[in-house]
Design a protein around this ligand. Structure first.
Ligand code: BES
Ligand code: MN
Ligand code: ZN
Length: 505
């Protein structure tokens, strides 16, 4: 829970009052006048320099009479935000990190409620400041303890965050709401990913889509196996062949106005990837329950769309969902399948399954909705981890304007993207002797040949593919990103949608 309060800081009698402090070269950190004298001794001794992630916790009861003046809270926490930053995007990240640090410090202190005083920083508006801080607080406060009977050392997440600051309350409220919506969506994506493969089945994507469609007036459609057969979605059906659980194609629609531009999202909802007959090694295979993170990003971005009901854009999300198993009827290496658009594909490796389910969803979605632009999200290749590590999402696209927008959205949200090339040289690697294409292109350029496969299904439609295999979990260590699933791409998508305008070619 998070809210803006009009309450006077000196009247706040809660457990924890938080201020930010900015690091300065050979000087006392920059901070609110009210706490200058409080932090001075710790700064002079070098105990506190206001570096990123540094904290100073003071118990009011231990302060002298004059220092205690104007503080009614039981404790004061001062959070370092590091050096002064130039760009607004860097300041946003600085504030998200501060929020994450506050959440974990408060959890450690077993504090239920926190009042955060937003800092007055040059180069960022009050609304943006409230937005970034709210994101950091809520993302940093995340935990997944559903399956733990014994909660660790009684530490529970913070129940409620209060925000105050010198900006107009209406601006703070507006910023906070934007931050809350994005953070809640990303936390929901983390929840979905944390659920094990025996719980988070394709049916769960259906249920969640139905829930948000009712709550927020989105249109929900579900394509079941019999209809997939009629439509000829040979990719999704092939991947599902070895499974005991039926596949689903989940579709959510937000149509604000038929004349508006339409953005289409497609997310890989592979609820467990065993590799199929081309089975994966046992070590680490449990992480393949996270292979649905692209689907989670798309559906949770729609949750935010539902809540915000943007009137400048139509947004459609498609989530092809199945697991990839090796049952008796499973797809085999050498099998030839036919995709929704009629293209045939020779399956060399059943572990390259993501592209098979995405191909049908892309072709079907583009034919049905004629979107102005398409963005897909998928934990598609291990190769992207080799190339970019766990720090940046791989981005491949047929449209430079779309790339610019996604890169900017990533900069605003602290979710970096890095473009990789496409081209006929790479497409040649997936030529097959017996079918139109084959599903792997050899060891070289694995991330690019996977995208080249998808490219066969988007035609001329402006399209971008985000390979989140390196960032969907084990993402760069940050105070507001827990170990495990990161909820990556949800906030970038939300930012992309909020700033959407027609694509001029
Ligand atoms: N879901 C995996 C990709 C993956 C691997 C994500 C490791 C995160 C961590 C995908 O379905 C896959 O198995 N890709 C293969 C493709 C290969 C067979 C061409 C891969 O990357 O090894
Ligand atoms: Mn696979
Ligand atoms: Zn996979």
């Amino acid at each position: 829970m998070i809210s803006v309060t009009g309450k006077k800081i000196e009247k706040y009698k809660g457990d924890l009052l938080v201020y930010c402090a900015m690091e300065r070269k050979e000087k006392i950190p920059f901070c609110d006048e009210r706490i200058k004298s409080l932090i001075k001794p710790a700064c002079k001794s070098g105990d506190f320099n206001a570096k990123t992630g540094e904290t100073l916790l003071l118990h009011t009861a231990l302060l002298g009479h004059s220092q205690r003046k104007g503080i009614a809270a039981a404790r004061v926490l001062i959070v370092g935000i590091g050096k002064q930053k130039q760009s607004v995007d860097e300041i946003r990240e600085q504030l998200r990190c501060a929020g994450g640090t506050v959440a974990s410090s408060a959890t450690q202190s077993k504090v239920r409620e926190v009042l955060v005083v937003l800092p007055d920083l040059a180069g960022i508006s009050a609304a943006d400041c409230a937005e970034a801080m709210s994101e950091g607080l809520l993302l940093g406060n995340y935990s997944f303890t559903k399956y733990k009977k014994q909660k660790e050392n009684g530490a529970t997440p913070v129940h409620s965050f209060l925000l105050t600051g010198s900006g107009a309350p209406s601006s703070l409220r507006r910023g906070m709401k934007a931050g809350r919506i994005a953070a809640e969506a990303a936390c929901k994506a983390r929840d979905m990913a944390n659920e094990p493969g025996n719980v988070w089945t394709p049916e769960k994507f259906v249920q969640y889509a139905r829930t948000i469609s009712r709550k927020y007036q989105l249109k929900c459609r579900v394509i079941n196996k019999p209809t997939m057969k009629k439509l000829g979605m040979g990719g999704i059906l092939a991947v599902n062949q070895g499974s005991a659980i039926p596949p689903k194609l989940v579709i959510l629609e937000h149509i604000s106005n038929k004349k508006n531009p339409t953005l289409m999202l497609v997310g890989k909802g592979l609820t467990f990837d065993s590799g199929g007959i081309s089975i994966k090694p046992a070590a680490g295979m449990e992480a393949m329950k996270y292979d649905m993170c692209g689907g989670a990003a798309a559906i949770t971005a729609m949750q935010a769309v539902g809540e915000e009901q943007p009137q400048h854009v139509n947004v459609i999300a498609l989530i092809p969902a199945t697991d990839n198993m090796s049952g008796g009827a499973a797809l085999k290496p050498g099998d030839i399948i036919t995709h929704f658009n009629g293209k045939t594909s020779e399956v060399i490796n059943t572990d390259a399954e993501g592209r098979l389910i995405l191909a049908d969803a892309l072709a079907y979605g583009i034919k049905t909705y004629k979107p102005d632009a398409v963005v897909d999200l998928a934990t598609l290749t291990g190769a992207v981890i080799t190339g970019l590590g766990h720090h940046k999402t791989g981005l491949l696209a047929n449209n430079d304007v779309l790339v610019k927008r996604i890169v900017s959205a990533g900069e605003r949200t602290g979710e970096p993207f890095w473009r990789l090339p496409l081209g006929p040289e790479y497409s040649k690697q997936i030529e097959s002797k017996v079918a139109d294409i084959k599903n792997v292109g050899g060891r070289a350029a694995g991330t690019i040949t996977a995208a080249a496969y998808l490219q066969e299904f988007v035609g001329e439609t402006p399209w971008a593919h985000c390979d989140i295999a390196g960032t969907a979990w084990d993402f760069t260590e940050k105070s507001y990103v827990p170990k495990g699933p990161s909820g990556i791409a949800t906030r970038s998508l939300i930012s992309l949608i909020r700033n959407w305008k027609p694509l001029k070619k």
